[in-house]
Design a protein around this ligand. Structure first.
Ligand code: NIG
Ligand code: FE
Length: 431
């Protein structure tokens, strides 16, 4: 028999994120609304009196009174490097004193430092660290998150990271989408040798050793590459992404972050799910992405942390691009908050709060090839966040403050009054 999982009722505002970016009502707002959830899926959306007549809250496993509050889709954070060990807060201080990201990387800090710490950490430490990050994310309203490998840069540690990501996914209510990113940086040295590493030679290893092992392991869904100054060239990146696609991994690309190098056009050429960062992208790049149906993912937290210029989100939305906004949470961009990313998208990139809502929910899902997520509509998984505020506008308006009061994952409370805080301990074996 169908199970009435939850009824969320009395919402001052339900933002379904079903409208069009650039349209009159991108956030798809309903006032005085309710959502009924049957077997974890949205069964009805509409005025509270109508929905509760058919689905009485008292019959539901979870009666969620949202009187005076806003309800939004759970955030889909489509770009993070949340699996790592170590602490780089001192690099944050160094950057404030003027050291650049490129200088840190070139001197063996940055990604290389996190690689050393991650290689040295046990699997258990890495799982615990990632579960802690997922706890923070869900408390801020995120219900699906992409997590990349890329702090191993050798076959063993890259596989270990993907396994850790998979184990954390099984133990935590947040859904974790795994991406292989062996081409995150050229490693400083190979184990057992102090000879400098040639980038082309490392790309050979990614293509000939890492990718076959990743395919055999069967966890990763996407293959990403850092196509940028101080990382991989367009040709090297193309080799990695084409080889990944040949092994069943959908391409993604870090493009035009530190400099303009052609990664966006490469993303269009290889049919990537997304091209991410785009701080230095041109109008032509954006047109190529739109034409090839590649989701542009903007990561304003990174520009904030680097003190860099922001990607021109307003112009992208105005050309019809399905812009997504994500956190880029990593040791260089240490914020798990999609609400903060939304605030930066509004204040620094010129998106409206409604556009930022769509960018952090439905378009994040688009960047992960999960069109069923990030919206509130019949048949969709009931991933919802209830705010302690009357409208979605209060998310960017309350910059720096978490307005998420309750989170439902598949209709079950995972943050808020009914949440016990327990992780799924029985199971490394499946949710
Ligand atoms: O998306 N740009 C490359 N990768 C990350 C940074 C990773 C790091 O610094 O540890 C990014 O910003
Ligand atoms: Fe990144």
């Amino acid at each position: 028999m169908a199970d009435l999982t939850a009824v969320v009722h009395g919402a001052a505002e339900l933002a379904t994120a079903t409208g069009e970016l650039g349209g009159d009502d991108p956030a798809g707002i309903h006032s005085g609304a309710a959502v009924a959830v049957v077997d974890g899926e949205v069964a009805a959306v509409g005025p509270t009196d109508e929905v509760t007549r058919e689905y009485p809250p008292e019959n539901a496993a979870h009666d969620v009174d949202a009187t005076g509050r806003a309800v939004i889709p759970g955030y889909v954070d489509s770009h993070t490097h949340a699996c790592f060990a170590g602490d780089r807060s001192d690099e944050f201080e160094a950057k404030l004193r003027g050291t650049t990201y490129g200088e840190l990387l070139a001197s063996g800090g940055g990604i290389h430092r996190t690689v050393r710490a991650t290689r040295a950490a046990s699997d258990e430490e890495l799982v615990d660290n990632l579960l802690d990050q997922l706890d923070v994310m869900v408390a801020h309203g995120t219900t699906t998150v992409e997590v990349k490998s890329g702090y191993g840069l050798d076959t063993e540690t890259e596989l270990r990271m993907l396994d850790v990501i998979d184990r954390a996914d099984r133990r935590h209510p947040v859904d974790v989408v795994p991406t292989f990113m062996g081409a995150h940086a050229v490693p400083r040295d190979y184990e057992g040798s102090s000879d400098p590493v040639d980038a082309d030679d490392y790309v050979d290893r990614v293509v000939d050793e890492q990718l076959p092992a990743v395919e055999k392991q069967g966890i990763a869904e996407f293959c990403d590459v850092f196509c940028d100054e101080g990382a991989f060239t367009v040709d090297q990146s193309r080799r990695v992404l084409e080889a990944g696609a040949g092994r069943g991994l959908t391409p993604k690309v870090h493009a035009e972050e530190l400099a303009h190098r052609g990664g966006a056009k490469l993303g269009a050429e290889v049919g990537a799910a997304s091209a991410d960062h785009l701080l230095h992208a041109t109008d032509e790049d954006v047109a190529a992405l739109v034409e090839a149906d590649v989701t542009p993912v903007l990561l304003p937290g990174t520009a904030f942390g680097l003190g860099a210029d922001y990607a021109d989100g307003r112009a992208m939305v105005d050309t019809g691009a399905p812009v997504a906004v994500a956190t880029d949470f990593n040791p260089n961009c240490h914020s798990q908050s999609m609400g903060f990313a939304a605030a930066l998208a509004c204040v620094e990139m010129g998106l409206t709060p409604a556009e930022a809502l769509v960018a952090t929910t439905r378009n994040g899902a688009r960047a992960l090839d999960r069109p069923d997520l990030g919206v509130v509509r019949e048949g969709a998984p009931a991933d919802l966040a209830v705010l302690d505020a009357p409208s979605h506008v209060h998310v960017p308006y309350s910059y720096g403050v978490n307005r998420v009061a309750t989170v439902l994952k598949d209709g079950r409370p995972v943050v808020g009054p009914e949440w016990t805080g327990e992780r799924d301990t029985d199971s490394e074996g499946g949710r």
